[in-house]
Design a protein around this ligand. Structure first.
Ligand code: 4NP
Length: 153
């Protein structure tokens, strides 16, 4: 079992999208049992809020279920121990994760698009209003992440 925590700034747009999209990709290839997937924020801004409606709308448009996505919560230091991989949407998230966790002694923290061989951020659609680009980037990263993780039998 690989436990994956997706992280963004608010935990209402990118990281819940990544949580739902990675879970859906894993289900499509019969690999759901291999993963425990969740998401969290590096800020407390949106604590308790549901996935942002435009983010939910784009998931619905692509037929991706998001009913398992919880309301936003900040990452805790204990999450660093619990999860195997902590996947950030942008470089600022990585700084936030390191601040919460007290650095990254186990090398668990990664930028999502690094898995796709593209060292760049998933731009925040909260600010850009471009949910299609965020969706496409998250899909690219999640497909590559799933491919990079070994199969367990
Ligand atoms: P996210 O987008 O990090 O992709 O969830 C944001 C949502 C809300 C805020 C910032 C980013 N906010 O500051 O409220």
């Amino acid at each position: 079992m690989t436990k994956i925590l997706f992280i963004c700034l608010g935990n209402i747009c990118r990281s819940p999208m990544a949580e739902a999209m990675f879970s859906h990709l894993a289900a499509e290839v019969g690999r759901s049992d291999e993963f425990e997937v969740a998401s969290a924020a590096v800020s407390e801004e949106e604590w308790g809020n549901p996935i942002y409606p435009p983010a939910a709308a784009i998931l619905r448009r692509h037929g991706i279920p998001y009913d398992a996505v919880r309301t936003a919560r900040p990452m805790k230091k204990a999450d660093y121990q619990y999860y195997d991989l902590i996947i950030a949407m942008d470089e600022a998230n990585i700084r936030g994760i390191r601040r919460i966790a007290g650095d990254d002694p186990d090398g668990k923290v990664h930028l999502l698009l690094d898995y796709a061989g593209e060292h760049r951020n998933v731009a925040d659609p909260w600010y850009t209003r471009d949910f299609d680009t965020a969706y496409n980037d998250i899909l690219l990263g999640c497909r590559a992440l799933l491919k990079a993780l070994p199969h367990y039998s």
